[in-house]
Design a protein around this ligand. Sequence first.
Ligand SMILES: *[C@@H]1O[C@H](CO)[C@@H](O)[C@H](O)[C@H]1NC(C)=O
Ligand SMILES: *[C@@H]1O[C@H](CO)[C@@H](O)[C@H](O)[C@H]1NC(C)=O
Ligand SMILES: *[C@@H]1O[C@H](CO)[C@@H](O)[C@H](O)[C@H]1NC(C)=O
Ligand SMILES: *[C@@H]1O[C@H](CO)[C@@H](O)[C@H](O)[C@H]1NC(C)=O
Ligand SMILES: *[C@@H]1O[C@H](CO)[C@@H](O)[C@H](O)[C@H]1NC(C)=O
Ligand SMILES: *[C@@H]1O[C@H](CO)[C@@H](O)[C@H](O)[C@H]1NC(C)=O
Ligand SMILES: *[C@@H]1O[C@H](CO)[C@@H](O)[C@H](O)[C@H]1NC(C)=O
Ligand SMILES: *[C@@H]1O[C@H](CO)[C@@H](O)[C@H](O)[C@H]1NC(C)=O
Ligand SMILES: *[C@@H]1O[C@H](CO)[C@@H](O)[C@H](O)[C@H]1NC(C)=O
Ligand SMILES: *[C@@H]1O[C@H](CO)[C@@H](O)[C@H](O)[C@H]1NC(C)=O
Ligand SMILES: *[C@@H]1O[C@H](CO)[C@@H](O)[C@H](O)[C@H]1NC(C)=O
Ligand SMILES: *[C@@H]1O[C@H](CO)[C@@H](O)[C@H](O)[C@H]1NC(C)=O
Length: 505
Amino acid sequence: MRLFLLFSFSALMLHEAYGFTDEPDRKALLDLKSQVSEDKQDVLSSWNNSSPLCNWKGVTCGLKHKRVTRLDLGGCQLRGMISPSIGNLSFLISLNLSDNSIGGTIPYEVGNLFRLKYLNMSFNILGGEIPVNLFNCSRLLDLDLWHNHLGGGVPSELESLEKLEILDLSANNLRGKLPASLGNLTSLMRAEFSENNLEGKVPDDLARWTQLVYLGLGTNKFSGGFPPYIYNFSSLEYLDMFGNGFSGSLKPDFGNLLPKLRNLNMGINSFTGPIPTTLSNISNLQVLGIYQNKMTGSIPLSFGKLKNLQKLRLHNNSLGSYSSGDLDFLKALSNCTQLHILLVNRNRLGGDLPTSITNLSTNLWKLDLGTNSISGTIPYGIGNLVSLQKLVLRENLLTGPLPSSIGKLSRLVLLNLTSNRISGEIPSSIGNITWLEKLYLSNNSFEGTIPHSLGQCKYILYLYIGSNKLNGTIPQEIMQIQSLVGLDLSNNSLTGTSMHTVCCA
Ligand SMILES: *[C@@H]1O[C@H](CO)[C@@H](O)[C@H](O)[C@H]1NC(C)=O
Ligand SMILES: *[C@@H]1O[C@H](CO)[C@@H](O)[C@H](O)[C@H]1NC(C)=O
Ligand SMILES: *[C@@H]1O[C@H](CO)[C@@H](O)[C@H](O)[C@H]1NC(C)=O
Ligand SMILES: *[C@@H]1O[C@H](CO)[C@@H](O)[C@H](O)[C@H]1NC(C)=O
Ligand SMILES: *[C@@H]1O[C@H](CO)[C@@H](O)[C@H](O)[C@H]1NC(C)=O
Ligand SMILES: *[C@@H]1O[C@H](CO)[C@@H](O)[C@H](O)[C@H]1NC(C)=O
Ligand SMILES: *[C@@H]1O[C@H](CO)[C@@H](O)[C@H](O)[C@H]1NC(C)=O
Ligand SMILES: *[C@@H]1O[C@H](CO)[C@@H](O)[C@H](O)[C@H]1NC(C)=O
Ligand SMILES: *[C@@H]1O[C@H](CO)[C@@H](O)[C@H](O)[C@H]1NC(C)=O
Ligand SMILES: *[C@@H]1O[C@H](CO)[C@@H](O)[C@H](O)[C@H]1NC(C)=O
Ligand SMILES: *[C@@H]1O[C@H](CO)[C@@H](O)[C@H](O)[C@H]1NC(C)=O
Ligand SMILES: *[C@@H]1O[C@H](CO)[C@@H](O)[C@H](O)[C@H]1NC(C)=O
């Protein structure tokens, strides 16, 4: 009994001696709580005076001093604003407010949190500018402000966060140029600026970011050539330059210089010249996009070496030379068993469609070879590509029939063969494509009657089969498809109803 008393007494003494050290944190957190509301109501209710501060949900204390070191309120459905009292949590090392609906501005007082290493305010609706005081948090390793409404420029003072490894400012309203001083952030591994209104040349000083693994510049207004120092970032795994005004050609040894790339997106720019064949040396490449540029030359056969390739998007360029051989790459791609998406439409590809397309990955769900000058016939084996959801061969020079094996593509949602010279009957097996929504066969030489089986495609929205040589009566079954919003049977020799033109609303 005596022992117990003694013990309690000394515990009390200790508490007294330290004068309720958690008091400033308690006050600050309760003030923080008073500025937000919680849709889920299951975190902040534990922030009350009847339970010890260090047991509050989302709160972690230091072992010795019992001061708040981590505050994790990520994904708590909080609304409201961040109280300036946040700056009183002076032992804070990690602050996570991401994935809420917090508005207002980032309070200057965050700059007092000099111990802070991790700051995540991503996925909120924070406005105003990035406060310069924030750059007093010189121990910061991760700064994530992704997906807010932050405006103004990228502050040059950011350079004082010299330990920074992750900087994510993407999906905000930031404008102006990237300041040269950012080059001082030599520990950066991840730099994300995409989806802003940033402009001008990417400064040469960024050459010092040699540790970079991830660089996002996409969806801005950057211009100039491919920054030559990026070829020095040999650890780079992710490069997004999509949707800017970059121009000029790419180094022939691109792929040998950046051998660790997994995801390369350079779509929607003004790049010119040939696709570097060395890209095929990047053994882990999964996503390659150079669409909507001004690329010329051929599509490298060596892409067949990219065993991990999932998405190849080269559409809207000037690839090919309207001659046979342009499609040889398709044969090589049969070794890319992970391929999901292959888009090479709107180029200058000529020659006959090779039967080898039937050996493409059975994982392929989107294939677009449209708006080229491809001749020859559609091979019977097209039915092997059983995962296809979108097949577009429109605006080419294809002849011969549409093979009945098309009915095996049961997941097909879109089939667009418009404007070719395809002849023969529309195969009745089309009725087996249960999920078909859009069937575009106009402007070909289809003949014979419209198959009754089309009535089985009960999700059809658009049925465009005008300008062919179809005859006979229009099947009742088609008129009974409930989902139909667009129908064109015009310029055929059909009889039976008066619906010979584009219709429906
Ligand atoms: C935060 O600290 C400041 C300065 O020490 C003090 O004036 C203020 O009252 C504190 N806020 C709270 C909520 O404790
Ligand atoms: C205070 O928090 C505890 C959990 O820490 C909870 O059980 C209790 O219901 C809360 N009290 C109030 C009044 O919300
Ligand atoms: C921050 O919160 C988000 C959302 O809940 C979570 O995904 C992330 O892992 C958290 N980060 C840390 C360091 O706890
Ligand atoms: C910040 O939180 C988001 C989730 O909301 C998460 O996706 C992201 O990875 C986090 N950032 C960092 C640097 O941990
Ligand atoms: C940040 O540091 C500057 C000096 O570098 C100082 O004037 C300012 O008061 C500090 N701000 C905060 C919020 O600590
Ligand atoms: C930061 O970068 C700028 C521009 O590149 C340079 O002039 C300055 O000396 C650098 N500061 C430090 C501390 O390295
Ligand atoms: C690339 O790195 C090499 C060796 O470190 C260096 O000499 C060269 O100047 C760098 N190139 C660019 C464009 O920064
Ligand atoms: C890289 O690719 C080129 C052309 O595809 C090839 O000639 C060269 O040998 C490859 N280099 C390496 C290091 O694999
Ligand atoms: C596919 O890979 C095999 C073995 O790796 C190779 O022998 C063959 O030539 C490749 N085929 C094509 C079309 O590249
Ligand atoms: C199908 O191709 C035609 C002709 O090029 C085009 O007008 C139409 O928009 C395309 N439809 C779809 C859904 O791709
Ligand atoms: C449609 O599929 C069934 C089996 O699901 C098959 O028996 C039939 O032959 C197919 N119809 C056509 C016209 O290919
Ligand atoms: C429909 O056209 C085919 C040839 O395209 C012809 O053999 C057949 O007699 C025609 N049928 C009718 C009813 O006009």
